[in-house]
Design a protein around this ligand. Structure first.
Ligand SMILES: [Zn+2]
Length: 532
């Protein structure tokens, strides 16, 4: 007998066809394997698709997952894959156009290890496609396979066949890097499988009737072509690489919901937006150990500042001082007994700027090399925010400048901030703003899409929610700025365009930009909040 199978069926307004599909599919699956489940993912249907699916009773149990909104086939299949319980996972279409006996050789190959991914193919000699498989689709299919071959190197003529099966661990790993909600997820998954070196094998399928009935040829073709180029860009930036660190699929760290839409991907990391609360977070999320290992001695002297850490941090000391003085104006009335803690203190510049206001200045920094360079009139503690002993209820102000976005659990982090603050103490934080014009302007090249260091990115709304749920009263929230030299500014604005960025930066320097400092919005938010 073949191993157990979870078969995912995405369905959008399928209440008419679904009973017949489920009857046919469950009969076929029951013949193939002793234990199986059908997972119907109702993709935000406006008809009674989910009731029809829930009412169905047949030889194989049916689980129904329901999305509140119509998200696309990729999002639906992905959700089904995430919740699959059996060691093999497959998916097929709600109109059931395939003879499911094709699954038998697919599952055998997966079980024996001859394949990690088994895909149905409509173009093998043994494949049978009937007249219903229209001429236009055949032609556009060939043009399309040529495009996917030329643009993303997929060696398959038919990447879009709606019958595929995987080992569950492989499927979950591949879908965890998906950035496309619509039909393009099919070739994106295959591109990911190929990039990660998995064995993808093709199997002939037999069509029992016309398929792809829900595809609108023109509009969907345009979208698919656009998606091909998105996958090409992602491939080039290594978005589908296998990670060397431990990372796990995770629910939203702010609200706990699991529904998301992909937002950005690079170097094997993917950032998603929670559809319930709007938080952007890394999913899969690297383990705490993997994150801790990032902040070694090289972090503040990086060769590739836009990938990791900061370049030439010390050179910019004067700019930082000026910037921090500006931010500290927000806590002038919160000085109290004069104790401040700066978390993620770097070289201690915020504390340098805080000398006039605060008599007792504590720095917490994970990088020992950076901590070595903090001025000796501050108290330096080396360690992580979660794991270091600090006096409770002690500080008038706890500051995090470009640090909150590095912390994977906002609730834990804010609970700890509250624990360290005296009652009525103030939290001063600056963190990137996904609602900022800079993010919109720079799109996928936004400098704050820096993975895996930035694990959660906030907007005014999500930051407020995090603070309020942790028992803070938000006093003030503003879009943050920073003092910069013109040459630095030029390279930042053109981040992602290396040659242009370097040229603009050089030109700005020639024009005296290295001596001229201006205050510019930085695409971040600065907030102050009181521990109530
Ligand atoms: Zn959320």
């Amino acid at each position: 007998m073949l191993p157990r199978l979870s078969l995912v069926i995405p369905a959008y307004n399928e209440s008419q066809r679904l009973p017949e599909t489920l009857a046919k599919t469950s009969r076929a699956i029951a013949d193939i394997t002793s234990e199986a489940e059908l997972i119907v993912v109702d993709d935000g249907s406006t008809d009674d698709t989910h009731q029809v699916a829930e009412r169905f009773a047949g030889p194989v149990p049916v689980r129904v997952l329901r999305s509140a909104e119509n998200r696309g086939k990729g999002a639906s299949v992905s959700r089904g894959v995430r919740e699959a319980r059996h060691p093999l996972v497959g998916f097929t279409d709600a109109d059931s156009p395939y003879d499911l006996s094709a699954l038998v050789p697919m599952m055998r190959a997966l079980e024996s290890g001859e394949a990690d991914v088994a895909i149905g193919a409509r173009d093998l000699p043994e494949s049978q496609i009937n007249r219903g498989y229209g001429f236009v689709r055949l032609v556009s299919g060939k043009a399309f396979s040529l495009l996917t071959w030329a643009a993303i190197g997929l060696p398959f003529r038919d990447s879009q066949c709606g019958l595929k099966a995987f080992r569950r661990d492989v499927a979950q790993q591949l879908f965890a890097l998906r950035t496309i909600d619509g039909f393009g997820f099919d070739f994106e998954t295959l591109a990911t499988a190929v990039a990660q070196g998995y064995r993808v094998e093709r199997f002939p399928v037999r069509l029992t009737h016309d398929d792809d009935s829900r595809i609108q040829i023109f509009a969907d073709s345009l979208q698919m072509a656009a998606d091909v180029f998105r996958v090409r860009r992602n491939l080039r930036r290594g978005a589908y690489e296998k990670l060397s660190v431990v990372a796990e699929a995770a629910p939203c760290p702010l609200c706990g919901e699991e529904d998301f839409t992909p937002r950005a991907a690079n170097h094997g990391y993917r950032m998603v937006e929670c559809l319930a609360c709007g938080l952007w977070y890394l999913n899969p999320m690297p383990s705490t150990e993997a994150l801790a290992a990032l902040y070694g001695s090289e972090y503040y002297e990086s060769d590739s500042p836009l990938q990791a850490g900061y370049a030439d941090y010390e050179h910019m000391a004067d700019d930082f001082l000026e910037t921090f003085r500006h931010r500290l104006r927000l806590v002038r009335d919160a000085v109290g007994t004069g104790r401040i803690l700066d978390v993620g203190a770097g070289f201690g510049y915020l504390l340098d700027a805080a000398r006039e206001l605060f008599s007792e200045r504590w720095a917490l920094e994970m990088s020992a090399a950076a901590a070595d360079r903090i001025a000796s009139d501050h108290r330096v503690v080396v360690g992580s925010f979660a794991g270091t002993d600090l006096p409770a209820g002690y500080f008038d102000v706890v500051s995090m400048q470009d640090c909150f976005e590095h912390l994977p659990d906002p609730h834990l982090a804010l609970e700890r901030v509250r624990y360290l603050l005296r009652p009525g103490g103030t939290f001063l934080a600056t963190t990137p703003d996904v609602g900022s014009w800079l993010r919109r302007l720079q799109g996928r090249n936004w400098v704050s899409l820096k993975f895996p260091e930035h694990v959660a990115l906030y907007s005014e709304r999500t930051l407020r929610r995090a603070l309020e749920s942790a028992g803070f009263r938000v006093d003030h929230i503003e879009s943050a700025g920073q003092y910069v030299r013109l040459d630095f500014l030029a390279s930042r604005i053109l981040s992602g365009y290396d040659t242009a960025g370097t040229a603009a930066s050089t030109m700005a320097r020639r024009l005296g930009g290295a001596h001229r400092r201006i205050y510019v919005p930085s695409g971040s938010l600065t907030i102050t909040a009181t521990a109530e």
